[in-house]
Design a protein around this ligand. Sequence first.
Ligand SMILES: Nc1nc2c(c(=O)[nH]1)N(C=O)[C@@H](CNc1ccc(C(=O)N[C@@H](CCC(=O)O)C(=O)O)cc1)CN2
Ligand SMILES: Nc1ncnc2c1ncn2[C@@H]1O[C@H](COP(=O)(O)OP(=O)(O)OP(=O)(O)O)[C@@H](O)[C@H]1O
Length: 204
Amino acid sequence: MPIATSSNAIKISRNAIRSAIRQARRDISPEQQTQYASAAATLSISALHKLKISKVALYLTNDGELDTKPLIEALWQAGIEVYLPRLHPFSAGNLVFLRYTANTKLEQNSLKIWEPKLDITQMLLTHELDVVITPLVAFDKQGNRMGMGGGYYDRTLANWQQSGKPYPIGFSHDCQQVASLPCEHWDVPLPMIITPSTVFKFTD
Ligand SMILES: Nc1nc2c(c(=O)[nH]1)N(C=O)[C@@H](CNc1ccc(C(=O)N[C@@H](CCC(=O)O)C(=O)O)cc1)CN2
Ligand SMILES: Nc1ncnc2c1ncn2[C@@H]1O[C@H](COP(=O)(O)OP(=O)(O)OP(=O)(O)O)[C@@H](O)[C@H]1O
């Protein structure tokens, strides 16, 4: 029997954490989801006001994720532009970002996630965003992030530290925190993660 390589072992334990936490967040009741989303929106709005920003990327909630709707509505009210990711039309594993307003037409992608219809007049370059609020599956006490396994946000954020933009903020239920995540060299740690109870700030 072949001995598992360390990279294989990391992959197996990441998949086990992923499925356990995805199940835990799907088990949250609709009433709790509503309360958590509203608490997280309140914390996020005040954190974002301090950053003095005008363009924020968010995502549309899927699979038990912390609901972004109250935050999106509060950002619209505050006159902050909201953008959503769309799977890149030809560059696999990458995202493009499109402006999201009350009039934006949405469609479901191959992963069953709602995204804006392709309209190049509504697109911008990733470094033009001030903040990217990222979905995640699990995070740890150092700000390491694990996502759904596509590497989409790792690619989106690969260069943020050189230019300082876009500043990434994780958005997550409290139950998605773990003590420590097995990490790979491409994983991009987050400087801030917001949950319904806490604004976590991580420094190197
Ligand atoms: N709401 C949201 N949007 C997002 C992300 C996310 O994590 N959450 N992403 C973050 O990167 C990107 C999509 N990444 C994803 C990567 C893999 C799977 C996945 O494996 N999904 C299914 C199978 C889908 C199907 O074919 O039916 C699964 O649940 O197993 C989903 C999303 C971009 N948009
Ligand atoms: N900057 C990058 N450039 C090229 N490939 C990358 C990059 N970052 C990650 N990948 C690839 O993406 C794959 C998935 O990575 P990983 O499991 O860390 O995704 P994830 O963080 O869980 O997903 P996501 O960011 O989409 O939520 C890996 O096989 C990895 O090789």
